[in-house]
Design a protein around this ligand. Structure first.
Ligand code: SAH
Length: 214
């Protein structure tokens, strides 16, 4: 009950108030129990207006950023989505509420195992997870209707854009190690169209087509 109230407040004061208008996104944010995606010691802070540590040097994104990125994916119920950077699995659960199937990739084994267990427990059976380098995408399951990258890349990985359907959208933070710009890139028949969604700050996307480790 307490957490449900905190969640309602989070959606009205942090998300709706800042202009997120997609009703399905708002409903998903009201539904997914965000406090279960952080350690017990941090549960009381789970609905605050900030990111939180999830271990292994990684973070669960601020609620508003999750909502903004999700809205920018322009999802429909039939969509198949690729997510790079499962982390806690919170964003994955939001996507699973909104789309047909979510393929998610995490490179850190401990996070992958924890997220998969929690998503199973919560009954998100339309999530397929694997532990590997997400900058290579998931060629066997491509093309996707939408791709979301929840770690900052030096540039949009060409490999991922190739795995989008024509008309598909990728939402990705691009920039240097310290600050990035959130981009929505739409693939067209004859190229791509990029929309700048504003500044943001994410942990590094590490991999063959991202930053090098260390
Ligand atoms: N969406 C997550 C945010 C996690 S932070 C959440 O809601 O909790 C970003 C995650 O991306 C980290 O867990 C990090 O380990 C992962 N990551 C970084 N580079 C990656 C790569 N190349 N492939 C898959 N995951 C990666």
């Amino acid at each position: 009950m307490k957490f449900k109230r905190l969640r309602e407040k989070m959606v009205s004061t942090q998300i709706e108030a800042r202009g997120i208008h997609d009703h399905r996104v708002l409903e998903a944010m009201r539904t997914v129990p965000r406090h279960l995606f952080v350690s017990e010691a941090l549960q009381d802070q789970a609905y605050g207006d900030f990111p939180l540590p999830i271990g292994e040097g990684q973070t669960i994104s601020q609620p508003y950023i999750v909502a903004e990125m999700t809205q920018a994916l322009e999802l429909t119920r039939d969509d198949r989505i690729l997510e790079i950077g499962t982390g806690s699995g919170y964003q994955t659960a939001i996507l699973a509420e909104l789309a047909f199937r979510v393929y998610t990739i995490e490179r850190v084994r401990e996070l992958f195992i924890r997220a998969r267990k929690l998503l199973d427990q919560l009954g998100y059976h339309n999530v397929i997870a694997k532990c590997s380098d997400g900058t290579l995408g998931w060629p066997n399951e491509s093309p996707f209707d939408a791709i979301i990258v929840t770690a900052g890349a030096p540039e949009p990985p060409e490999k991922l854009i190739q795995q989008l359907k024509i008309g598909g959208r990728i939402v990705i933070p691009v920039g240097d190690r310290y600050s990035q710009t959130l981009l929505q890139i739409r693939r067209h028949e004859d190229g791509i169209h990029t929309t700048d969604l504003g500044g943001c700050r994410f942990v590094k996307l590490i991999g063959e087509h991202g930053w090098k480790e260390g």
